[in-house]
Design a protein around this ligand. Sequence first.
Ligand code: GAR
Length: 272
Amino acid sequence: MGKKIKIGGLISGTGTNMDAIIKACEKGEINGEVIFVGSDNPDAKGLEKAAKKGIPTFVINYADIIRKFKQNPENYFFPDDFDLEDIKIKQSLLNREINSKKVATFIETRAIAEAALLKKMKDDPFDLLVLAGFMRNLTPYFIDRINITPGKPRIINIHPALLPSFPGVDGYGDTFRYGCKVGGCTVHFIDYGEDSGPIIGQQCFPITEEDTIESIKQKGLALEYQLYPECIRLFAENRLACVKMTYTDDKGNTRQRTVVKIAQIDIPSSDD
Ligand code: GAR
């Protein structure tokens, strides 16, 4: 077995997924260790759970940063390497007008918070950053500073719906309200869009007429606790590769799509 990977975690709430990941590392199901858990929210319950296990935790209070920036933007300095126009070109936000003042403020406040996040994480180099119920969009400013090796993304997220259906903040609720017969969860790499990156794994469950939003959430979470550690295990075993695959569309044109290929055997990483 190769070297244990170092995993950083970001959460916003109860942190039950983070807990499942920490447990899977402790049991040796993932060849890795969680080296920190950070949050945008000082009240995130998951911080306490991680701290009890001796894992360092920290908070970058996004709400506070956003509020204070809006009151006194002149008190804030953008990071030296911040380029709003470059980020606007790359960032893909659902249903939002990219050139509006609102979007500029959105990106600026996130980048200020993200610069603080990056500073916190600088002293704890990690191989993989897992978003486990982290309810903030990451901008290209942050993503580019984590994904430094082309073709080797290393931020992953779990989403409570079968993407690309129901991106956003309430995947299980949206699944229920739409009247779906099946619900599910998705683990994917992060890209510049909202819940749009290459899919690593998905699990699904049936929905009956008796189901409620709460029962759907419970069915979904039970699957999340299996799926997320399983996907992280594959990452730790260096078995995931984002590859461009070609196909022919119905007009005969050659097209490309990105697929996460899962190697069947454990490929040793270069530093093993
Ligand atoms: C989970 O259902 C996760 O899929 C979802 O938040 C919940 C967090 O629960 N994530 C998102 O909606 C991300 N857009 P937890 O804090 O107990 O793990």
